[in-house]
Design a protein around this ligand. Structure first.
Ligand SMILES: NC(=O)c1ccc[n+]([C@@H]2O[C@H](COP(=O)([O-])OP(=O)(O)OC[C@H]3O[C@@H](n4cnc5c(N)ncnc54)[C@H](O)[C@@H]3O)[C@@H](O)[C@H]2O)c1
Ligand SMILES: [Zn+2]
Length: 372
């Protein structure tokens, strides 16, 4: 941890993402949004900035960001898209290209994403392609975006035939994660972000898992910092997803299948929560994970208000969705499975028959004795 500049005496923390010429900092701290202009100046990016956001987020958080940029001599333009996943498409991308080009946005300028993962993905895609790449800054405003999607340079938009089908890798030059921005986040969005935090805890960081067991809004900043630091380490190890980044896939083999098999019934975070329960069951059955640790995870997910049940019904469609998943290499279902709290094994093959059994087991909430 390196001390950084402060807002009204409060220290900002920095996580360095070391990727050679594409290295960047994640600045984490309450009030960090007001330092965005200063941080950009340090990067020598002090000309024009365009903010991509949606109306509601812009109204809430845009003022502080614009002030910070203008105070540092930047000219600021704003482009908004309607809220929600439906905006993550090539039509919106074309609209944004139009807005940028008619404002004379060019090489030395900076595109700033102010919003959740949808805005972050759109901005990442545009920044990676407009003029073959312009500077990108992520100012994530949902928990999911602060701990996951805003870091790592992966971006994609949807195609009518598939989610996230069209995308690029384009690292940001700076990420500003301000936990104060999360105050207005609807409780449901907070929970979905917490599901990803449980993923980091279970797969990589026992202390984080325990922190989540005692979650209060006061611990949120520490949680954001720890998750961001973990995502940074994983991205450093595997920028282009050739292997190690798979640790972040815990809960997602089953989670993605749940999203696909029950369209519209599960958000991503909710599907991942159920996915982690199912995959932890598989880990228990394979002798990798102790029963008590699986029960402790169920207790945590429930405490955070996350679902843990697979909808009732024949498991066939869910299994089919897993077979279609691109992660099923060599015709087998492979998962990142926990070997304890805070440790995971990558690419574990789960036989179809076992997967079917644990899916059915998770169609009701098994009694989980309190672990402590
Ligand atoms: N690129 C990656 O590595 C990556 C990783 C995970 C997810 N994603 C993508 O992220 C997207 C989901 O992101 P999300 O969960 O942030 O959803 P989102 O961007 O749709 O945001 C959720 C809702 O919260 C609102 N909102 C945002 N900030 C707010 C605030 N501070 N206060 C009040 N409301 C606020 C948004 O307007 C939106 O309505 C998906 O499209 C997914 O594919 C990308
Ligand atoms: Zn996820």
């Amino acid at each position: 941890m390196e001390a950084g500049p402060s807002v009204m005496g409060q220290l900002m923390r920095r996580v360095r993402v070391d990727l050679g010429p594409r290295s960047y900092d994640i600045v984490v701290g309450a009030g960090a949004i007001s330092l965005t202009g200063y941080e950009l100046q340090r990067l020598g990016a002090a000309r024009n900035a365009a903010i991509l956001s949606n109306h509601a987020v812009m109204r809430r958080l845009g003022g502080a960001l614009v002030r910070s940029l203008e105070d540092c001599g930047l000219t600021v333009q704003t482009v908004t898209v309607p809220p929600g996943e439906k905006s993550k498409n090539l039509r919106q991308v074309a609209r944004i290209y139009d807005a940028l080009s008619s404002a004379g946005f060019s090489h030395d300028d900076t595109l700033i994403a102010l919003g959740g993962g949808v805005v972050g993905d759109l901005a990442g895609f545009v920044a990676g392609t407009y003029m073959r790449g312009v500077r990108l800054v992520q100012v994530p405003t949902t928990l999911l975006a602060q701990i996951d999607s805003g870091i790592g340079g992966k971006s994609a938009v949807n195609h009518p035939r598939a989610k996230n089908l069209i995308g690029v890798y384009h690292q940001p030059a700076l990420v500003v994660a301000d936990p104060d921005a999360l105050r207005s986040l609807p409780p449901a969005e907070m929970r979905f972000g917490l599901a990803e935090a449980v993923k980091y805890g279970m797969a990589m960081d026992r202390e984080l898992f325990e922190m989540l067991e005692g979650f209060t809004p006061k611990t949120l900043e520490e949680i954001v910092y720890r998750c961001a630091a973990m995502k940074a380490r994983v991205v450093e190890e595997d920028e282009f997803e050739r292997g190690p980044r798979e640790v972040l896939n815990y809960g997602h083999t089953v989670g993605h299948a749940i999203e696909a098999a029950f369209p519209g019934r599960f958000t991503h975070g909710a599907a991942v929560a159920v996915g982690m329960r199912v995959e932890a069951r598989a880990a228990v059955r394979l002798g990798l994970l102790a029963e008590v640790d699986a029960a402790r995870q169920v207790a945590l997910l429930e405490r955070l208000g996350l679902p843990v049940e697979v909808p009732a019904g024949p498991p066939g469609p869910l299994l089919d969705a897993m077979r279609l998943d691109k992660k099923r290499r060599g015709g087998r279902i492979r998962c990142t499975l926990p070997e304890g709290i805070g440790r995971a094994r990558l690419g574990v093959e789960v036989p179809d028959s076992l997967m079917q059994e644990v899916v059915v087991e998770c169609q009701f909430v098994a009694y989980a004795a309190p672990s402590r």
